[in-house]
Design a protein around this ligand. Sequence first.
Ligand SMILES: [Zn+2]
Length: 318
Amino acid sequence: MITIGIDIGGSSVKAVLTEIGARTIATRQVSSRSGEGPGAVIDVLHGVIASLMDEAGDSRVEGIGVGMAGTIDIDEGVVYHPPNFAKWDAVPLASRLSERWHVPVRLDNDANCAALGESWYGAGRGLDSFVGMTLGTGVGGGIIVNGAVYHGTRGFAGEIGHVSIDYNGPECNCGGRGCIEAYVGIGYLMTRALPLLENDATSGLHERAVSDPGSLTPRDLTEAALEGDTTAAGILSDTGTKLGCAAASVANLLDITTFLIGGGISGAGDLIVQPMLLSARSRVLEVHRDSLEVRLAELGNDAGMLGAAALLRSGDGR
Ligand SMILES: [Zn+2]
């Protein structure tokens, strides 16, 4: 089955022409023109689709899948006010694309697509069920059950970033308190890390933390930790511990015990994975303890478009 998968991000649109689960035929990446309103973004999509349809030649393209941040009505194919897109209220994206290209169009949110991409092409291959976590500015989540995205009653399931690990914890931008995102979302993480680095004159990152704090990234923490910086390693370890708290709650709730982590901070690898596993094991119900597993996502920024391409097959099992 040949489909087109499109990942619409704030800065770029990434698209793939693929035979689902088998091979990538062609890819495209162009500016998403997110600041110019929905009309401009849709023009970009038509351009990318036209180019990939050309590439398909005589092969029939059986559908288009689209992943995007924001609130998405997956049944109606409408995207409501995605973050970082100008003048975008409610846009019936699925019908705008299907009317022009005469193929089925499926939409889903970016985190669900990333998890589905890993399920078909990456670290989730061979797993019936797992929870994908994308660690970025926010913490996205996608629940895969029997090879398909679990959507909940209205399509909003999987928001693992807002699982609270402390009812009295720091305020999250969702209005809640102690959400895992309010600790490990990149902005929150670096805000917590800075005073620790500023107060440790022996840290290799100390000087930058004092003179140019805005330049520090999770990658700097990882590099410093790998060079033996105990403060940086401690920050990453603490991040893993907190992720493990959330993972234990999720495992207890869903009886799903495999977690895939991707996105910026996951680049720390074992510096985060091992403490996350230890923390989750120490908290989860005993029946789940031995089956807990944390894997690193494999597809990086390609996960979204590959998962979007697989939306046309999602739900019919494998
Ligand atoms: Zn929250």
